[in-house]
Design a protein around this ligand. Sequence first.
Ligand code: SAM
Length: 471
Amino acid sequence: MDRASDTEAERIRDLFENITIEEFHDDEDSDVPTESDFSSDKTFLLAPNVLKLRSLIPATKGTASYPNKVSRSTNSKTESVISNVSQPYPTLLSSKYLDDGWTECIIRLGTNNKIKQIEGFPMPLQRPKVAAYHIKETDDIGFGMFAARRLGISDLILNERPLVLGPLTVDPDNPINMEKYIKDALDRLPDALAAKYRALFDCHTGTECAEGDGSGNSTLFGIFRTNAFRVDTLYDSEPTDDNGLYCAVGENTSRINHSCRPNALVSFHLDAFSFQVRAIRQIEEGEEIVIPYCDIMLPHKKRDAIFRNFHFECVCQSCQDPAASDAIRSTITSPSAIFKQWLDDRSLPGDYVIRHSLSQIDTMLREGMEGSAVYGEHLQAIMESYICLGDSGLASIWGVKLGRALLASAGDTKNLELMSDGHLYPYHEAWQSRMKNKSKKKRKGKKSRSQKERQVHDNEEGELGNASEDE
Ligand SMILES: C[S@@+](CC[C@H](N)C(=O)[O-])C[C@H]1O[C@@H](n2cnc3c(N)ncnc32)[C@H](O)[C@@H]1O
């Protein structure tokens, strides 16, 4: 096998050590929103889940981070003043960039300054060559987004700059007048775009948690609270809770309905300042494009509690039969414990994790749960098992699947390139680790090899005949 230079090998090893994608799903009891969150003037946002993957194999070297990961730490002290600012600055943009539009931001100035330091900012928007969606009315839940053509896993459906970005929460002790801030922001947008914002749905109109004068009219803040998606990569300071985080409303992104069996995921990209929507499984022409507004692994009762704050009952297939969908969800678990057990216990068969994860994946595919983080973890468990077994061919088949899931989840193409390149696996520090240990044991225990060890050997030989023995 061709070996890359030492520096290249070092770089690749570093990349493998910490494959991390941001996560922002709420799965704790305490995170489930309650009606009182509204009355305390908190903004409530749709929170899609995104894969967060850390290698299941414990890293023994330093903690190199994946190059594209945006650091959560901040060097500069954040200024506390909230201002209306446009990002990217329209006046500084050439006509090429103006085509991509800009976002009116209600943002702390210190945080706004951080945006300018992002490498390559503002990146031009990459869009699908052929239109991938159209917005039209659904039969029962207002507008929705529909596939204009067949879409494959990780295909880009939409890439758009939001219309308005603002704080995720409003401090009840120190409230700011969001209605006025949003009005000022809209005044700076071109009329046509401001009209698009005003036309968005306000689920709070006429409800007990509506803002405003009680006339039942939709408010600008009500629209914001109904339609904003979290922008987890932008924050005032190291976030310990929802305070200091941001969210944004998109002209088309905010027309996408929720499903507990989503076929697409949303991610936000600071360098282009845009929302990307990508398919997480194959979508047929005419099919509705749906995303998760919450962690789809939550049981029905908790998901329903979240939706009640938006005054709707979910119409998706899983919610039609909560008992059945809860029963399925309760059987799905992260592979991390089983993977650790396999690494520690040499008596377990070579395909111990692989078989388990294949069965979990099968269940998740039947329930339409490719959009959950745990689905990606099982793809990763299989890929890393093959790495430990020294089988780069099969590792790269699962690496491509994992790379596509990561791309759909976070819009990061580097992961796909990295995961699918079979030549890189031998640089992983766990490469052939099961085989190396096995050989060591064989050498060490030549005179008294236990029956158990012989069984391990037979299992690995018989069930994973593809794995190479070369060291
Ligand atoms: C961000 S908007 C989505 C677009 C919206 N349908 C429209 O007409 O503009 C969110 C609202 O859509 C509706 N909605 C979205 N997903 C739904 C679902 N699975 N079941 C029922 N209503 C849903 C709810 O009224 C929710 O408050």
